[in-house]
Ligand binder design. Structure first.
Ligand code: PRP
Ligand code: URA
Length: 208
């Protein structure tokens, strides 16, 4: 079974309070979500392979290490976009794919409306990004789509997860490790995470 890592850091705790707070405005919300993305990227990429290369410093030639694997960041639109810059700032060589999904408000079943990925998916570490893991339906469908493009090393980067969503992802994609900033209590009867942070897409982009 994939591991669940709750990334534990005082700065993440501090920023998560800002994100959860209903009085936080769009600008501060977007900034904090991006910053948590960057802090999480450090942990998510901890075991990426590196290889030895030669480098000439201003003083002499020496050996150094660089990433041995390509990295592709794949946000689930819309809310996933909120964490991309924070992660990309740390891994500027990463390519970015996109997958668009929205949940039917009644059935909570996701619909895929857009997908565009770089060619390097099979040999890359793919960081699938969605701040909200509620029923887990969107992530499961996105992983299906990514696997169809040949991806084998997939890591999920979330912000807040409900236990129901984590269970479903573990059952359907046991090879995918899940990294989140918080594991919340439950889903409410309209499929929102409790205590959660409300509608992440709307808070990021000022809609509704
Ligand atoms: C939200 C959120 C996740 C999804 C999680 O997207 O951003 O992608 O719901 O729910 P699930 O785990 O039950 O699938 P939404 O459908 O609201 O679209 P949006 O990001 O465009 O607002
Ligand atoms: N999507 C959100 O934006 N928030 C939730 O609580 C659940 C799904």
């Amino acid at each position: 079974m994939g591991k669940l890592v709750i990334v534990d850091h005082p700065l993440i705790d501090h920023k998560l309070k800002i994100i959860r707070d209903e009085t936080t405005g769009t600008k501060d919300f977007r900034q904090a979500v991006n910053e948590v993305g960057g802090l999480m990227a450090y942990e998510v990429t901890r075991d990426l392979p590196t290889k030895e290369v030669r480098v000439k410093t201003p003083i002499c030639e020496t050996t150094s290490r660089v990433l041995a694997k390509e990295v592709v960041i794949v946000p689930i639109l819309r809310a996933g976009i909120g964490m991309v810059d924070g992660i990309h700032n740390l891994i500027p060589i990463a390519k970015i794919g996109h997958i668009g999904m929205y949940r039917d408000e009644e059935t909570l079943v996701p619909n895929e409306y857009y997908a565009k990925f770089p060619e390097e998916m099979p040999e890359s570490a793919v960081l699938l990004v969605d701040p909200m893991i509620a029923t887990g339906g969107s992530v499961v469908m996105a992983i299906d789509a990514i696997k169809k493009r040949g991806a084998k090393d997939i890591r999920l980067v979330g912000l807040v997860a409900a236990p129901e969503g984590v269970k479903r992802i573990n059952e359907e994609h046991p090879d995918v490790d899940i990294y989140v900033a918080a594991l919340d209590e439950k889903l409410n009867d309209v499929g929102y995470i409790v205590p959660g942070l409300g509608d992440c897409g709307d808070r990021l982009f000022g809609t509704k």
